[in-house]
Design a protein around this ligand. Sequence first.
Ligand SMILES: Cc1ncc(COP(=O)(O)O)c(C=O)c1O
Length: 356
Amino acid sequence: MGSLRIAHRLEGLPPYVPGRRPERGETRRQARLASNEVPWPPQAAIVDAMKAALDGAHRYPDMQYTELRDAIAAHVGRPAGGVAVANGSTALLRDIVGALADPGSEVVFAEPSFPYYRTAAAANSAVPVAVPLRDHAHDLDAMRGAVTPRTRVVVICNPNNPTGTAYTNAELEEFLARMPEDVAVVLDEAYVEFAEDVNGLDLMDEHPNVIVVRTLSKAHGLAGLRVGYAVGDGDVMSHVSRLGVPFRIDGVAVAGALAALRPEQVAESARRVASIVAERAVLTEALRSRGWDVVESAANFVFLPLGESAASVAAACAAGGVLVRPIGGGIRVTVGSPEDTEHLLNALPALAHHPR
Ligand SMILES: Cc1ncc(COP(=O)(O)O)c(C=O)c1O
């Protein structure tokens, strides 16, 4: 590099590592179980809405995203003034920290969890404070203990990526009751539709410091569209929206998102989610009966704690045409179709070769 200097706050910041995709030119059918996507293409009605929107691509979308925010507000049963939207929930996580943290403020999150929380802190000159999981779940006591007068944001990934553990609302209530009111508790609910008894929206009236972040990438099956939303205090959400790049969601994606939020499409997505939840039970049982340790999951993936062997097991799966994600001392396997399950079970190496 020449004389340019990278900002100090970015020193040592690891890049975001995406789940593995098929290599270019790969002709084998591969099971893509590395990125927690759903296995089906978007519903026809959603595709039709996007095709129709292409004719308006010479125009900018509505910069306030009023129609989309109204549709989300109706979907979640909260006022539209408390809804912010962006090109993926990842962008919202960054801008929520941006709206609340000053340089040197602390952002508390768990590890292993969604790796982007660290980036969201660093991008805003905040200090990342990682608290190790306990028994594969957020250690809520330790996280409360990590809160200092400098803490502005605590992130709970619920269900947690990559381990799939989740806290019910009742369990979170206790945690929230012990949090200072001026610390935002961001509940990242990217996978909430796959879980039971988890819904941060129901905690918000009692706890106005709760911000819920969700996405259309997972249960709505639109990861390629890049639409996420956050629900929280109106003033905070308005600052989050201000920080976002203008026109950050393109008009075609807006049309797709609006279609996805129509009652018939929501109902079809819910049916698909139910089939993933059923397949999760089948996959978990099949793996356990073969001797693998599987963490009980509330999401559309399961986590196998493998320690040192994670990389080699993931490589063996890839050789067998199944892409999984080595992460956080294990492998994370997205739950797909029954065919994907079969493909995975065939590709997994014999357990005996991989002692933990
Ligand atoms: C916990 C968690 N939060 C957020 C995201 C990002 O989702 P989006 O596609 O909306 O940016 C992911 C994606 O994998 C995730 O696992």
